[in-house]
Design a protein around this ligand. Structure first.
Ligand code: NAD
Ligand code: DAU
Length: 335
C-alpha cells in the first residue's frame, strides 16, 4: 500500500503520517509539502529516517512537479495541503485561493491520469458557515464566511465535480476544529497555552461565546483513515466529537490546568465575519464504525502538558505576528 500525503509537514498531516506508520507495517508514504511557515521539519523529525517514508519538497500548484511526483504509482492520495488560518485569509487571501483552490485542482487533474484508487480531499466544517441551533448534514448547502472557508469550499466542490465528471474516486472529509501536539501557535489552543505560560494577556475575540466542536487530532486521523478505506467514492463525511464549547470555556479550562489567573483574559475586538457556531451531524462517519476515542478534558490536559514539555518545538514560533498581537488590527484595517 503506497499513499501520497500532501501537506504532511503541517499539524494534522504530520500526525496522520505518524498514525499510519504505526498502524500499517507495510505502508509506504510519500509526503509532498512546500514547507510554508506552517510546514516544519520539526513536525516530521521523529519519522524522517523511517525507510517506509519519503519527503519531497514541492508546491501542489506546480503542475510539472505534481506530474513528476505522481509518476510513482499511488494507491491513494490524501490532500491536507492548504493555507489554513482564518485571520491570515482576512489580511491576505491570495495564497488561499491559489493553494486551496488551484492547488487542489492541480492534484485532481494529475490524479485523473493515474490509477489512484482513492483521493481524499480534506475539507472543513467551516464550508457550511454558522448555525444557531441545528447541526449540519453533508447534504446541506455551503455558505462559507471567510476567504479561507470560501477557498476550502471551492476545492471541496471541484473535487466532487471530478468524481461526477471523470469518475475520480473522491471522498471528502469535513471536520471540526482539531487540537493536539504540533499545532501552530497562531491557533486558539496553542496560542492560549503558550501565552499563559508566559503570563501574557490572552486575547479573546468579541464576547468569547463563539462555539466550536473540539476534536482531538488523533481521533480525526482515525476518522480520515476510516473514510479512506471504508468511505464510498463521491461521498462526504462530517467528522466531529460532539464536544461543543464556547471559546471562553476552553480558555478558562487552559488557565485552570496551568493554575494561572483568569485576569489574564482580555476581550478584544471581534474577528470580521466571525462564525458564531459550528455544529455537525456525524451519523454518516459513525455508520462506518468510527467513534472518537478521546475525552476532551483529558486530551486537552495532555495537550497542555505536551506544550510544556516541548518548548523547543514552539520557541521560534513566538516571533509570528499572529501569536504576538491580539489581531484587533485586522478589524481596523478592513472596515
Ligand atoms: P497546517 O497549516 O498546519 O498545515 C498545512 C500544510 O500544508 C503545511 O505543512 C504547509 O507547508 C503545506 N502547504 C501549504 N501550501 C502548500 C502548497 N501550495 N503546496 C504544498 N504544501 C503546502 O494545516 P492543518 O491544520 O494541519 O490542516 C490540514 C488540512 O486540514 C487543511 O486542508 C485544513 O483546511 C483542514 N482542516 C483543518 C482543521 C484544523 O482544525 N486544523 C479542521 C478541519 C479541516
Ligand atoms: O472548524 C475547522 C477550522 O478550525 C479549520 O478549518 C481551520 O483550518 C482552523 O484554523 C480552525 O478555524 P478557527 O477559526 O475556528 O480556529 P482558530 O484557532 O483560529 O480560532 C478558534 C476560535 O477562537 C475562533 O472562534 C476564533 C477564536 N480566537 C482565535 C484566536 C487565534 C480567539 O478568540 N482569539 C485568538 O487569539
Amino acid at each position: 500500500m503506497k499513499i501520497l500525503v500532501t501537506g504532511g509537514a503541517g499539524f494534522i498531516g504530520s500526525n496522520y503520517i505518524r498514525y499510519v506508520l504505526a498502524k500499517y507495517p507495510d505502508i509506504k508514504v510519500v509526503n509532498l509539502d512546500l514547507l510554508t511557515y506552517a510546514g516544519r521539519m520539526e513536525n516530521i523529525r521523529d519519522f524522517i529516517h523511517d525507510s517506509r517514508y519519503k519527503f519531497i519538497k514541492g508546491d501542489i500548484r506546480d503542475r510539472k512537479k505534481v506530474q513528476q511526483v505522481m509518476k510513482e504509482d499511488f494507491d491513494a492520495v490524501i490532500n491536507f495541503a492548504a493555507e489554513t488560518h482564518v485571520d491570515r485569509s482576512i489580511l491576505e487571501a491570495d495564497s488561499f485561493i491559489t493553494t486551496d483552490v488551484y492547488g487542489t485542482y492541480t492534484l485532481l487533474e494529475n490524479a485523473k491520469n493515474c490509477n489512484v484508487e482513492k483521493f481524499v480531499q480534506i475539507s472543513t466544517d467551516e464550508v457550511y458557515g454558522s448555525t444557531d441551533k441545528r447541526s449540519f448534514k453533508e447534504i446541506d448547502s455551503l455558505q462559507p464566511s471567510s476567504p479561507y472557508s470560501a477557498s476550502k469550499a471551492a476545492g471541496d466542490l471541484i473535487a466532487l465535480a471530478f468524481y461526477k465528471t471523470y469518475d475520480l474516486p473522491i471522498t471528502v472529509t469535513r471536520s471540526s476544529n482539531n487540537f493536539g501536539p504540533y499545532q501552530h501557535l497562531e491557533k486558539l489552543i496553542p496560542k492560549m497555552i503558550a501565552r499563559a505560560l508566559q503570563d501574557k494577556r490572552l486575547p479573546v475575540y468579541g464576547d468569547g461565546r463563539q462555539v466550536r466542536d473540539w476534536l482531538y487530532v488523533m481521533d480525526n486521523c482515525e476518522a480520515i483513515d476510516t473514510a479512506l478505506w471504508k468511505g464510498k467514492p463521491g461521498e462526504i463525511y462530517n467528522i466531529a466529537s460532539g464536544n461543543e464549547y464556547q471559546n471562553i470555556q476552553i480558555v478558562k479550562f487552559i488557565l485552570q490546568t496551568l493554575k494561572k489567573p483568569e485576569s489574564l483574559i482580555s476581550f478584544v475586538p471581534d474577528r470580521p465575519g466571525h462564525d458564531r457556531r459550528y455544529s455537525l451531524d456525524t451519523s454518516k462517519i459513525r455508520n462506518l464504525g468510527w467513534r472518537p476515542e478521546h475525552v476532551l478534558k483529558d486530551a486537552l490536559r495532555e495537550t497542555v502538558e505536551w506544550y510544556i514539555r516541548n518548548k523547543w518545538w514552539w520557541r521560534s514560533l513566538q516571533a509570528d505576528k499572529f501569536f504576538q498581537s491580539d489581531t484587533s488590527w485586522l478589524k481596523r484595517k478592513h472596515l
